[in-house]
Design a protein around this ligand. Sequence first.
Ligand SMILES: [Mg+2]
Length: 435
Amino acid sequence: MFDASDPNRPLRDPGATSDRRAMNDRGATSDRGATRDRGATRDRGATILHADLDAFYASVEQRDDPRLRSRPVIVGAGVVLAASYEAKACGVRTAMGGTQARRLCPRAIVVSPRMSAYSEASKAVFKVFEETAPLVEGLSIDEAFLDVRGLGHISGSPLEIAIQLRKEIRRQVGLPITVGIARTKFLAKVASALAKPDGLLVIPPDGELALLHLLPVERLWGVGRVTAAKLHGRGITTVGQVAQLGERALVSMLGRASGRHLHALAHNQDLRPVQSRRRRRSIGAQRALGRRRRSHEELTTALIGLVERVARRLRTARRLCRTVVLRMRFEDFSRATRSHTMVEPTDQTFAILATATGLLMASRPMIERRGLTLIGIALANLADSRAVQLVLPFDRRRELDIAIDAVHERFGTAAITRGVLIGHDPGVWVPLLPD
Ligand SMILES: [Mg+2]
């Protein structure tokens, strides 16, 4: 676990050092009451764990089929969805084209993804997370932050908790997981990346700055291609160089918000707490229409507004939906819902709108009979977009076709015709409706 044999991984220290760190953690916890400076992270030990399954999909495949063990495995015949560490060693990377991947690693065994197996494994892993810490913040299907502060007397030091966590996930779910431990989320994530695969790494408080300043600027949270290019243009490539700049210089270079943000991060001020997020089961919006009878065009306009709102929220939450639900309330206060499940999950406005419009069309006779006083849209059957995004076809037109086909199949070809784009705003799609 603490592999000190690899000289390229100086931070994966031997157990003795780590044990000493664990002692330090206990010390820091016991005198926590003495310092009450909330502005600094200095008053506590490293208690944030970033736990990240290794080559998740590929590891599930190797777990379930012994013939795949210790062999290069690629999940996904088209785009590479996951590569085992044996395949990574040949240079295969996630999101790489299948042809290139097979050229790099001709011995690789290519398997089709089994999303239900991954989702089941993920649930089992998160169950262990929840049993380990009161605060668990899921980041995606295979990684989470855990805050183990205050568990010293119950479960041991953060290091001991992490050792136990890795053992439990191996025992209960049969998968390798890497854990990074630090005082901030950012550094905990850096630690797990450094410790991969199947490793464990603690960044002790007194080692934080040295490590942080070695990192390339791209590793800083919030630094995208544009900011990185601006910094590179001035010869700044490491976080250490950013730290030497001073806030004013950074603000004049990158603007106020970005400059301040970077200045804080480069000085190790990352106060984001671990926050457990109850994941929503659906995302919805509704609109009361009053008692006046609305034309079908007015209802369509209202529907478009609702779809755009919920689709945007869906994308912000990094999720995909498969089911679109149309909610209706009528003049006599009775309610009805109509739903349609799409062939593939999506977060695209036009796909959702096509389905929603189809549902509205199909409900038209009922609406004309009973009078609509409220219209709502809910997106259900949600999945994590980072888990399934790569399975989606990359051609947007094909996505649109799939959705329209689904509506056609269910409601007949008169239900909807192809959408038209108004102006140049790709966010606004208005379907052409038959009169
Ligand atoms: Mg992972």
